[in-house]
Design a protein around this ligand. Structure first.
Ligand code: KG4
Ligand code: ZN
Length: 342
């Protein structure tokens, strides 16, 4: 088989990103134009501004990506794009761009689910082996999956309320830290001690997660202390929060390792950039002699290279989209798997 070069587009949130990925693993070029500084002025992503900025920047990002890779559109085998889930207006910019390129250059179009992208980012620096457990922790997701092979998977559990990334961001905000909160909580926690007693989320034996109780407890604690004129020990609270939240993620993965016959575990999504989480998961995997993998930090947060990786199995299976492809703001991973399998 000839080498496959997929031009991938990711615009689901506040990064305009394009990449050219060879054979689902080698990143030939990657451009990420982040709008983070603009949205930081508002304390979070403003959807209207995000889609407008994607529209303004997408042509430049395409030119830059082709230039870096020294490829032309003639070399491209297919166009892949994130169509769900994410901000609708932002996704639409990527989807329309992908459809236009596919039409003009007569290339197959591949529709990629963003969460699958996070998982397949793990194929960049090593080759994923199956069966494997996968934990996706991002701003939109907290999903635990059992992957039997590159196209067959089962959803074991998800968050029943907030995603872990959302909670990191909300806790950071109440502690007065700028958006995005995750990296700032991580930084503060390095200076803090685990001295706050916080409620443990959902101590049951399902694979589901629940973080809203922990989030509300912290928000109330900060408000009550402030009203009483007491000082909140920000670094200690950041550390205590991280310990409880990460412990819950570790506990559910441990349960899944005990109950399934896997020898591999992968961590994915924006929150997987967190060093404490990476270390705790590594320790857990060592305890059970399970291989532990997590993408290089660059590929943990949103980027188009991961979309090019996730598109490759679909390319091989000739699962192409047509021009009726539309953006979808939400797509639960369980529904996605069921729809794909039918
Ligand atoms: O995957 P991602 O870039 O976007 C989504 O698909 O949602 O994840 C973004 C999330 C944000 O909630 C951000 O605060 C969090 O990932 N994040 C982190 C870290 N870096 C990014 N959370 C904790 N520690 C980090 N170092
Ligand atoms: Zn993401």
């Amino acid at each position: 088989m000839n080498d496959t070069y997929i031009l991938a587009i990711e615009t689901s949130c506040d990064e305009t990103s394009m990449a050219i990925v060879k054979n689902g693993q080698e990143v030939e070029a990657l451009t990420i134009l982040s709008q983070m500084d603009t949205h930081a002025n508002f304390g979070g992503v403003v959807p209207e501004i995000a889609s407008r900025m994607h529209t303004e920047n997408i042509t430049m990002v395409l030119e830059e990506t082709l230039k870096k890779s020294k490829k032309t559109m003639d070399d491209i085998s297919a166009i892949a794009v994130t169509y769900a889930p994410g901000l609708l207006g932002s996704l639409l910019v990527g989807v329309e761009c992908a459809k236009t390129l596919a039409l003009i250059y007569d290339k197959p179009l591949i529709a990629v689910n963003h969460t699958m992208g996070h998982i397949f980012a793990n194929n960049i620096d090593w080759t994923m082996s199956y069966p494997t457990l996968a934990l996706i922790v991002s701003g939109g997701h907290t999903d635990l999956l059992l992957m039997k092979n590159e196209s067959e998977m089962e959803s074991l559990g998800s968050t029943i309320d907030d995603s872990i990334g959302e909670v990191y961001d909300k806790v950071a905000r109440v502690l007065g830290m700028p958006y995005p909160g995750g990296p700032n909580i991580e930084k503060a926690s390095l200076q803090g001690k685990d001295t706050y007693e916080l409620p443990r989320p959902m101590l049951d034996n399902s694979y589901n997660f629940s973080f809203s109780g922990l989030k509300s407890f912290i928000i109330n604690l900060v408000h009550n202390e402030t009203q009483r004129g007491n000082k909140v020990r920000i670094n200690d609270l950041a550390k205590s929060f991280q310990v409880v939240a990460v412990d819950e993620l570790v506990r559910k993965v441990e349960l899944a390792i005990q109950n399934t016959d896997v020898h591999s575990f992968i961590l994915a999504g924006g929150v997987s950039a967190n060093k404490y989480l990476r270390e705790e998961m590594k320790k857990l995997c060592e305890k059970y002699q399970v291989e532990f993998h997590v993408p290089n930090i660059l590929y943990c947060t949103d980027n188009a290279a991961m979309i090019g990786c996730a598109a490759y199995p679909l390319y091989k299976a000739k699962k192409f989209a047509d021009f009726t492809l539309n953006a979808k703001s939400s797509e639960n991973i369980k529904n996605y798997i069921e729809k794909r399998d039918n």
